[in-house]
Design a protein around this ligand. Structure first.
Ligand SMILES: [Zn+2]
Length: 685
């Protein structure tokens, strides 16, 4: 999903910088002034996973890693007169776990439109509907009781005499099984259902899925089998609105029945173009991979059966996707359909399709080219695009991602295309840890925008800016369940904070090292479900650093560094810089030292690098803080050349509420007669 306000800095928090650290630490001389935590907190769930060997401290899938596979066959029919979808689906659930499954968890997201289900978002459903209406269900041919007097199927209970479903009026339902699914066994769940596609003037992604009776964008539109994993068993999380999904991988075979003349797009590859497209459209499609131009498959003047599509009364569009974690589609009475190619390294050309209403062509004029750049750039940055096509769909939802499908015009084309890496291939639990797809996404969008503009990405300053946010009691740590991150900070925690964290990490190990390690991590988890711990362990191993302290403060707390230069004294050839860290988060000490243009020779220092003839960058590792002092005496031994200026954290990578005290001599306030030396020091070494 895309959010326009990516960095919200509540104004009152700026005041936090005025609260200078007190001197009370000196009172208890035997206690450290600051206790720095250096390990990664482990929950019971991740401890159990390590003990079982499903995950381990390499951060790769463990030797006993498993995940469920769910293969869907769905037939769905759209009736524009009632805006209703009617479906029959069959899901083969492969129990690859070592556990006996006594229940099946079902996700019924459309029940959020009932209006009486819990919601965490200000964007209320635009239309109250009857939600997901389940009319029949069976497991391995045995009918499921949809209105049982007792639920049954608890872990301590004997299996019920018949399968029973409960919670069908919520977003998370359960089917208690009369015949539990043994380890490595499988079961077939069949469901007949219907769902009124919600319309209306509503705001917000995923809350309006149609424009009147002319365009439909069904998403989360069919009963989905919940994830059962090694960390939490059946995923119990409600769909509350803001937080997104956690879905199993599997094959989708979907047949979509619509009036003839309506064009259908969706996840997967169209299996029957000869039945639903005109010969002209098929001929144009055949040229897409041979040209860099945008090819019009169905133009604005081609409308109705026999012109936009094959002739007839109704047509069934058949799509298949081999390994995906969801399926989305769109259809409209009058779509313009255009296509172009992207060239994926090691793979070759794949088509990008765009379907949009004729009077909205302006929003799609360069959307395909933006997505092409994104597919090609991210393929080089992380790993090659994994899917056979990408489709941009027009409609009221214009900033949402599904496998091979983005509901987006040019506005969010780069961001939503980026989601094809996470969570569509590296499939995290978005409900809990949205930062693992939205936050990584915001970071890569910075790199993509710079590449598209042929300039270097600017990652300086981001890490430091977190110091102006840190300290609010309303901010949940990133390791808190994002469903409950609260309306004020959900966007910051899920979207904006990760690039700040990765900016600091790049300030320690280098940005290209961060990107290489992250790419390796992605390749280790293709089409799997990594946890944040897997990422932390993998990254620190790949980077060859003990980063326990870094993960702890960034992911489990809302603390900052708040560094400052307290004092600078020169005695002979030694200059001592007293650096203080007022916050709880430690960081390496990085000083930029600027010398006078002439004078005695500048002697080399082992931990210093000259960046030009009068500038040195001097670094001390984070370890200097681990003994517990809040101050560190940094000794500069450059000889007798006069030092004109010293800057702490010159790349502005470490969270700091007040960077003005990072420069020595202190910068005077701007005044008349301002000289270059008095201007605030810009970030960058
Ligand atoms: Zn997003």
């Amino acid at each position: 999903m895309f959010r326009f306000s990516t960095l919200s800095l509540p104004g009152a928090l700026i005041l936090a910088g005025l609260l200078a650290p007190s001197a009370h630490g000196q009172a208890a001389a035997s206690l450290p002034e600051r206790a720095v935590r250096r390990d990664i907190p482990m929950t019971n769930a991740i401890r159990r996973a390590h003990a079982a060997g499903t995950r381990d401290s390499t951060g790769r899938p463990g030797r006993n890693y498993w995940q469920l596979r769910t293969d869907y066959s769905i037939r769905v029919s759209l009736d524009p007169a009632t805006s209703r979808l009617s479906g029959q689906e069959s899901v083969v659930i492969h129990n690859t776990s070592p556990d006996t499954l006594r229940q099946i968890g079902l996700r019924l997201d459309p029940n959020i439109f009932l209006g009486n289900t819990p919601q965490a978002a200000p964007w209320v459903p635009s239309e109250i509907t009857d939600g997901m209406v389940v009319s029949r269900m069976s497991v391995d041919g045995r009918n499921v009781n949809l209105t049982p007097s007792r639920p049954g199927g608890g872990p301590q209970q004997a299996p019920p005499s018949e399968p029973r479903a409960t919670g069908l009026n919520t977003t998370v339902a359960r089917v208690a099984l009369s015949n539990p699914i043994p380890p490595h066994g499988r079961a077939t769940l069949e469901v007949d259902w219907s769902f009124k596609v919600p319309g209306g003037p509503g705001v917000g992604h995923r809350m309006t899925m149609r424009w009147a009776d002319t365009l439909y964008q069904p998403t989360q539109w069919y009963p989905r089998v919940a994830v059962y994993d090694d960390l939490r068993g059946w995923d119990p999380e409600l769909y509350l609105g803001p937080s997104e999904f956690y879905n199993n991988f599997g094959r989708f075979d979907v047949r979509i029945d619509v009036p003839a003349g309506w064009i259908v797009s969706g996840t997967g590859v169209l299996q029957n173009p000869q039945e639903v497209l005109t010969p002209a459209a098929r001929a144009r499609l055949a040229t897409v991979l041979n040209t860099d131009s945008v090819v019009t498959i169905v133009g604005p003047d081609e409308v109705g059966p026999g012109s936009a599509t094959a002739a007839g009364d109704r047509l069934t569009w058949h799509f298949v996707a081999d390994t995906v974690n969801d399926f989305a589609w769109a259809t409209a009475k009058q779509f313009v359909w255009q296509s172009l190619r992207a060239t994926i390294p090691t793979k070759g050309p794949v088509p990008i399709h765009m379907v949009y209403l004729p009077d909205r062509a302006q929003f799609f004029r360069d959307a395909g080219r933006i997505s092409r750049h994104a597919l090609e750039f991210y393929s080089k940055l992380w790993f090659p695009y994994q899917f056979p096509q990408l489709t941009l769909q027009d409609g009221p939802s214009a900033g949402m991602e599904y496998p091979m499908v983005i509901n987006s015009n040019r506005g969010a084309a780069d961001h939503e295309t980026a989601h094809q890496w996470w969570p569509m291939v590296v499939s995290n639990n978005e409900t809990w840890y949205g930062w693992m797809d939205e936050g990584f996404n915001q970071y890569m969008n910075i790199l993509s925008a710079a590449d598209a503009g042929s300039r270097a990405p600017v990652l300086d300053n981001l890490g430091q800016s977190y110091g102006r946010v840190s300290g609010s009691e309303a901010e949940a740590p990133m390791m808190w369940n994002a469903n409950y991150a609260g309306p004020q900070f959900y966007g910051f925690t899920t979207y904006s904070k990760t690039p700040l964290m990765l900016s600091m990490l790049g300030g320690i190990v280098g940005d290209s090292a961060v990107q290489r390690a992250h790419s390796e991590w992605g390749k280790a988890w293709l089409f799997k479900h990594p946890s944040p711990w897997d990422w932390m362990f993998f990254m620190q191993k790949a980077l060859g650093r003990d980063l326990g302290w870094f993960w702890y403060y960034w992911l489990f707390t809302t603390e900052s560094v708040d560094g400052s230069i307290q004092d600078v004294r020169t005695a002979g050839i030694r200059t001592t810089v007293t650096v203080r860290q007022g916050g709880q988060m430690p960081s390496p000490v990085v000083l930029k030292v600027r010398f006078a243009a002439s004078g005695p020779a500048i002697r080399p220092m082992q931990n210093a690098q000259m960046t030009d003839s009068v500038t040195a960058i001097v670094t001390w590792p984070v370890d200097v803080w681990f003994a517990g002092s809040r101050t560190f005496a940094a000794h500069l031994m450059f000889g007798a050349r006069k030092i004109e200026q010293i800057t702490l954290d010159p790349q502005c990578r470490f969270p700091d509420s007040d960077p003005s005290d990072n420069v020595w001599p202190r910068q005077p306030a701007r005044a008349n007669g301002d000289t270059p030396a008095q201007r605030p020091v810009a970030c960058g070494s």
